[in-house]
Design a protein around this ligand. Structure first.
Ligand code: MGD
Ligand code: MGD
Ligand code: SF4
Ligand code: MO
Length: 730
């Protein structure tokens, strides 16, 4: 028998289900806001921009959430998703009590358990792993601030394994590409100075659909002030609609365009010669390298006319250094992603806009002391070397390599904690490996708020309460002005759910590691930290956000000499480090995979305003705004396949994988050779009352992975689909 059958949670859940809770209860009240209103500072956790705001309850019931005007991440306004955050709290399908996998009469199922039983189970398995394999054989998969407590508990135990999907499935290539060039990364919130830009270049970044709050606000304010917008996107995105130049590039050929832009800047003498002289290394090598990449050559790859390439390069140079070539965020596309990010960084250096107003600024956070904790035990092994040794330039855990390193009897990792990440819908191409890992691991713990698919693999499911019911770590993200924000609970935890800090503390205590959580309530730790910088938990409860003066300049001073954190101390156009590791020291162009035949279209995907990945699809408020995704196809392609607007089809990829039925949206906004889906839909778990069976899942259709040879990123864009009309459900 399998060690872990995948279990659908529905039967167990309906047994303990509670009646659905009214969303806001507005209908029952004559006038909202006339009852007893209590306001609580919050930090939105619907995505990881972490905007600060206020939750208002009326007579103890949820009423509304709004932004905190003192907060630079939100400037007093939440995005659509943040406004819908209360739906996370009211969702009747939430996880309600701890559960433990049991086998009865040869059948595996989850049985409701007490927290004590869950902790005893976990501690016993962890100690067994320690005795049999060593204390360093556990790994944490984490997305969200609450992962930090589990990381602390595992570090104390002796396990440092740690990975986040925001690295190898998201920002990793740009972090590595920019660090190789400038000696530091872009960070989050991204350090673009868009509010002061006179020219903004978006390469794929679909701002406006990608709704990171203050980023969209600064972008719009620059456009209002007349900044030139150049958008490179095969799809007519919201951003394309606001652009002076929309470059509908052939998918996967951006590197050709970037190299041709460098060619024009260098050959027409449009680059910032003073800046390059002072700060930059490798111009001569780059100059020789880009001679072959003429706009005429780039046209043959990208479909963008040579005169458009020249004109846009000149526009960028005219506005420089107040030109920002946006670094993108989800950049794991075609496998050459670190190199594409390097090309964006190199272009930025030629324009002289790194460290300059309107280009990239230096963000600053608060110098907030860490709470004093015992010294961690020294790592027994180098886990990164053990599971991802072939990517020495990757500074962080590569999720799919950790999964590989958890399969088989001699696997390095023997136990997982999965906090706030739905791995099967997040890392394309891992479903089978996830199943194999589930057969190998000795312990599989899932900490989640919702019964998403990942819970089906767990030995133990630990229900965390939502961000509206708990304290979170202090938000101390780098911003234009340093600030702190604290998330306070606006409600008691529903059901038998608990805050992440409480859960990790109790596991640590079971393991004899209680001195890593040496307080009764996490608020004591936050209060200690806040007092080191002249504030307190009480003050933060009143104000929510506290600003601090900057201590460093935002931009380079005129004629300032600087050392960059690279091998040469300069901005590196040519990277010796890459060469030393056997990679191209200057970015080169690799053509993307081509369509297998006329019947296969590029599979393109992205974001929509109403949702954050898959995590919000079951949120009752946001579901109402967008209950399913559609497959965008061009009228020409719709004609070829004989499908029309609103009709259901299934998408089938080149490896025979089929999606759930999805409605066709016929639109001129997409190229005839592509299909576009909003990511996050197509869940197949019956316990998700709203999300189940709605829309198509891009993730499942992505079976060909283009791995980034430098940092192991999961390139997701080299896949093709055909359309199968779904007569039955039309
Ligand atoms: N509403 C909302 N906002 C979000 C999120 C969310 O879930 N919901 N998630 C946040 C997160 S974590 C991230 S990482 C970001 C992701 O947001 P971005 O970094 O902006 O996302 P990308 O996937 O890079 O960009 C998607 C765009 O790339 C275009 N594209 C596809 N192929 C190509 C190509 O070959 N070349 C070019 N130039 N363009 C191409 C698509 O048509 C689409 O418009 O969004 C963030 N913001
Ligand atoms: N095919 C495809 N794959 C992608 C992307 C894509 O566009 N297409 N985008 C990539 C990008 S950019 C990113 S950043 C990643 C995102 O990857 P993930 O963060 O893994 O995305 P979700 O699928 O939304 O998984 C979120 C999980 O967290 C749980 N959760 C939500 N809130 C809480 C909480 O407060 N506490 C706890 N404990 N759990 C919580 C949810 O219930 C859900 O199970 O996906 C990447 N993968
Ligand atoms: S951008 Fe929107 S969803 Fe993300 S933290 Fe801010 S308000 Fe919340
Ligand atoms: Mo992301």
């Amino acid at each position: 028998m399998k060690r872990r059958e995948f279990i659908q949670l529905s039967a167990t859940l309906s047994a303990g289900a509670m009646a659905p809770v009214a969303l806001t209860g507005c209908a029952e009240r004559p006038l909202p806001g006339t009852g007893e209103v209590v306001r609580t500072p919050t930090v939105c956790n619907v995505c990881f921009w972490r905007c600060a705001g206020t939750v208002s309850t009326e007579n103890g019931r949820p009423w509304k959430i709004e932004g905190n005007p003192d907060d630079l991440h939100s400037t007093g306004r939440f995005c659509t998703r943040g406004d819908g955050g209360l739906g996370m709290y009211t969702d009747p399908d939430r996880l309600k009590q701890p559960m433990i996998r049991v086998t009865e009469n040869g059948q595996q199922r989850f049985r409701p358990a007490t927290w004590d039983e869950a902790f005893d189970y976990i501690a016993a398995k962890m100690n067994r792993i320690k005795d049999e394999h060593g204390e360093d054989r556990l790994c944490l998969f984490s997305h969200g601030p609450g992962g930090s407590y589990f990381r602390r508990m595992l570090t104390a135990f002796g396990s440092r394994g740690y990975t986040q999907p925001s690295f190898a499935q998201c920002r990793g290539p740009r972090d590595v590409g920019f660090a190789l060039t400038f000696g530091e990364g872009v960070g989050s919130p991204d350090r673009t100075d868009m509010e002061n830009s006179r020219c903004i270049v978006l390469i794929g970044s679909h701002l406006g659909e990608n709704l990171h709050n203050s980023q969209v606000q600064t972008w719009i304010s620059a456009l209002r002030k007349g900044a030139t917008l150049i958008t490179v996107d095969p799809r007519f995105s919201v951003a394309a609609g606001k652009s002076k130049h929309w470059l509908p590039i052939k998918p996967g050929t951006d590197m050709a365009l970037l190299l041709a832009w460098m060619h024009v800047l260098i050959n027409e003498g449009l680059y910032d010669a003073d800046y390059v002289d002072r700060y930059v290394n490798g111009l001569d090598k780059l100059t020789a390298h880009v001679q072959q990449f003429t706009p005429e050559w780039a046209f043959t790859q990208t479909g963008i006319r040579p005169e458009v390439i020249r004109e846009t390069a000149r526009e960028m140079a005219k506005a420089a250094p107040a030109t920002v070539v946006h670094p993108g965020r989800h950049v794991t596309w075609y496998g050459d992603d670190t190199q594409r990010s390097r090309a964006i960084a190199i272009l930025t250096a030629l324009l002289g806009s790194w460290g300059r107003e309107g280009g990239y600024l230096a963000m600053e956070n608060v110098n907030l002391p860490r709470y004093p904790l015992p010294d961690p035990p020294a790592p027994k092994n180098n886990w990164m070397q053990a599971v991802q040794g072939e990517y020495p330039l990757a500074p962080a855990g590569i999720a799919q390599k950790v999964i590989d390193g958890s399969i088989g009897d001699d696997a390095f990792f023997k136990g997982w904690f999965v906090y706030g990440t739905n791995l099967g819908y997040t890392i394309p191409g891992v479903t089978e490996k996830l199943q194999q890992a589930a057969q190998s691991l000795d312990l599989f713990v899932v900490v989640d708020t919702m019964p998403y698919a990942i819970t089906g693999y767990a030995d133990v499911i630990l229900p965390e309460c939502t961000y509206l019911e708990r304290l979170d770590p202090i938000r101390n993200s780098p911003e234009r002005e340093p600030s702190l924000a604290v998330n306070f609970p606006a409600f008691e935890p529903k059901y038998d759910s608990k805050p992440g800090w409480w859960i990790a503390k109790h596991i640590a205590e079971r393991l004899g590691l209680g001195d890593w959580f040496p307080w009764k309530d996490y608020g004591e730790e936050l209060d200690w930290q806040l007092r080191q910088v002249g504030s307190s938990l009480d003050e933060m409860r009143r104000i929510g956000v506290k600003k601090f003066p900057r201590t460093t300049p935002k931009y380079f001073a005129p004629n300032e000499n600087r050392q960059f954190n690279t091998g040469s101390g300069k901005i590196e156009l040519h990277s010796d480090l890459l060469a030393d590791y056997g990679h191209d020291p200057l970015p080169v162009y690799t053509p993307p995979p081509t369509r297998p035949d006329e019947k296969h279209l590029h599979l393109n995907y992205g974001r929509a305003a109403a949702h954050t990945f898959g995590r919000t699809i079951n949120n009752p408020t946001l579901f109402e705004l967008m209950p399913e995704n559609t497959a965008w196809v061009h009228p020409v392609a719709a004609g070829d396949f004989g499908v029309s607007n609103g009709e259901y089809v299934r998408l089938k990829n080149q490896d025979g994988v089929e999606s759930l039925p999805v409605r066709i949206r016929v639109t001129q906004r997409i190229r005839p050779d592509s299909v576009y889906l909003v990511h996050g839909f197509g869940h197949k778990e019956s316990q998700l009352g709203l999300a189940n069976g709605r829309g198509a899942d891009d993730q499942g259709l992505i079976t060909r992975i283009l791995v980034d040879p430098i940092m192991g990123g999961t390139g997701m864009r080299g896949n093709f689909v055909t359309l199968i009309p779904e007569e039955a459900s039309a």
